[in-house]
Design a protein around this ligand. Structure first.
Ligand code: NAG
Ligand code: NAG
Ligand code: NAG
Length: 525
């Protein structure tokens, strides 16, 4: 099917459509929505700035049945009020909360392996532009694994060959860094010179771990302050320096990906265990001072603790931040969604903020299709539900002090890998088996509803639900640095809902939110 250009009228108070619905769509019988296909002949891009226009609302819509970040305008004079709308909301642009740091994804080995498989260089560039370009999702964060992760096709660290190499004389980046990560980070940086890169290790060289194995149960050998702990701190600094030699500088570091997994028996992939007290001591006695001495103090590099699921985020953060010395080296708390949507533990984010308000919260990993026992584990092409779970999780976090959201793999194969332990999952971009095309999933557009419009520095503002129940409807409200009001709403219901907004300017107005849709609304203030 070829590009469709459509003009349309929405049921309520619309208006005219400016952009085109550029998706080259492909539907799969087993799923409820579609993907947008990118190949040598064609790839849809997203609208470029300016997004707002004076005296009108700009609305971007994606939904299950038809639209993908489709742009429309409503002149203010055409705004209507429906007194019997389902939901009434009052915004207060003066009541302000946290500022956005950003949105992004991860430069995993798996991502690089899949992008490398694309048969044309133009398509590789387009994929990076889909994420980081002005005509793409405008991501500004890139997470980078330090050495191998499960989403690698082999286990490796940067000092595997010589045991007890405490001086790290044999430290060297791997071919994987050059072939899968560095080249694509550089391409992304050409599109956005302000990308914040966040480095995270999965496992250290085996000889630093009690188990002498990268995967599974095991902690750092020795005690805080011992040669093992100091060597590991130096190892992380060597990584930062080696990337710097390749002209890549990091914005932030977490000491360990998912530290609690390394305390679990039979955990299958690369990890190392830290309890909150171990991480406290590592930061306080070894990593913090070493970073500072190497010129990576908090003025140069953000240090984020935890980097694991929301269910334990508060207790872990408290364990580290209650110690003044450890806390002095830390600037933020990183969390992952995996416990979130299933255990309703988002309020732990509020608890972290309330107890430690000067430390920012950032969602640093999430993906769909990760529950191994689910029949739909891994990739499902065109799955709209996953666009909704992404948008819902972003909103739940933003409404509880989170400063952004970082997705997991930028690109996976049709199976959801490669992953050396076959821990296959879904991703917003999937590369076809023959590498001639890639598929932009509903999740890709879902994230763009936030990443393109909530520019760094945008501040959350208060909204109050005056009437109606937000069943299946989630909303977050921001003001950007250029003084645009941005409202993002996901409606997961099969029916449309009408929402009346008050406080967004002189007049009240009502907008309709279609069945299974995501909308970003922009209004200059
Ligand atoms: C779509 O994703 C949801 C959430 O992961 C899952 O429950 C559902 O089974 C998936 N649908 C298909 C057809 O795979
Ligand atoms: C006003 O909103 C209600 C609730 O959604 C809806 O039933 C009604 O049709 C709307 N009226 C108009 C004129 O759109
Ligand atoms: C660690 O494992 C390697 C094999 O991976 C082995 O050669 C070495 O002897 C082991 N070291 C210790 C201290 O057990």
């Amino acid at each position: 099917m070829f590009t469709k250009i459509v003009t349309f009228i929405l049921s309520l108070n619309l208006i005219f459509i400016s952009g085109s619905f550029g998706c080259q769509l492909k539907k799969y019988q087993e799923t409820d929505s579609f993907v947008c296909v990118c190949n040598k002949e064609y790839c849809d891009s997203l609208p470029v700035e300016p997004y707002s226009s004076p005296k009108s609302l700009t609305i971007f819509t994606s939904d299950k049945s038809y639209y993908r970040l489709t742009k429309s305008f409503v002149p203010e004079s055409d705004l209507k009020l429906n007194q019997s709308s389902d939901i009434k909301v009052t915004l207060n642009v003066y009541d302000r909360f946290q500022s956005i740091i950003g949105f992004g994804g991860a430069f995993t080995d798996a991502s690089g392996i899949n992008i490398n498989r694309l048969t044309s260089d133009a398509l590789k560039d387009r994929l990076i532009a889909d994420y980081f370009g002005k005509d793409g999702a405008e991501y500004n964060i890139g997470r980078v694994p330090i050495g191998g992760a499960d989403f690698s096709d082999r286990i490796y660290s940067y000092d595997d060959d010589v045991e007890d190499d405490f001086e790290l004389k044999h430290f060297a980046l791997a071919a994987d860094d050059y072939d899968y990560k560095i080249n694509y980070i550089k391409k992304a940086q050409q599109l956005n010179s302000n990308i914040k890169l966040l480095a995270t290790p999965w496992a250290p060289p085996k000889w630093l771990k009690t188990s002498n194995k990268s995967e599974g149960l095991g902690i750092l050998k020795g005690e805080p302050g011992s040669i093992y702990w100091k060597t590991y701190a130096n190892y992380l600094i060597k990584f930062l320096e080696s990337y710097k030699e390749n002209s890549i500088e990091f914005w932030g570091l977490t000491p360990q990906n998912e530290p609690l997994t390394g305390l679990m028996p039979y955990y299958s992939f690369n990890t190392m265990g830290f309890s909150s007290y171990m991480m406290r001591d590592f930061i306080k006695k070894d990593l913090g001072p070493a970073l500072k001495a190497a010129g990576y103090g908090l003025d140069k590099l953000e240090l984020l603790l935890y980097d694991h699921n929301t269910d334990e985020v508060y207790s872990f953060a408290r364990g580290v931040l209650s110690d003044k010395d450890a806390a002095s080296y830390v600037s933020g708390v990183a969390y992952h969604w995996y416990a979130g949507p299933y255990k309703y533990v988002y309020d732990n984010l509020n608890k972290v903020h309330d107890a430690f308000p000067q430390y920012f919260l950032l969602s640093t990993e999430a993906c769909e299709g990760w529950i191994r026992s689910d029949p739909d584990a891994g990739v499902t092409l065109g799955n709209w539900t996953r666009a909704e779970t992404y948008a819902s999780d972003v909103i739940e976090g933003l409404n509880r002090w989170s400063t952004g959201w970082v997705d997991w793999n930028l690109a996976l194969n049709m199976e959801g890998g490669p992953n050396w332990v076959k821990n296959y999952v879904d991703a917003p971009i999937i590369v076809s088996d023959d590498g001639s095309e890639y598929y932009k999933q509903p999740m890709y557009y879902s994230l763009a509803h936030f990443s393109k419009f909530l520019k760094p520095g945008s501040q959350r503002i208060h909204h109050r639900i005056d009437k109606g129940r937000m069943d299946g409807v989630k909303m977050t409200t921001f003001v950007t640095p250029t003084n645009d009001l941005v409202i993002v709403v996901v409606n997961t219901n099969k029916e449309s809902v009408q929402i009346t907004f008050n406080g967004a300017g002189p007049s009240k107005f009502t907008l309709e939110f279609g069945p299974n849709s995501i909308k970003t609304i922009i209004k200059p203030l």
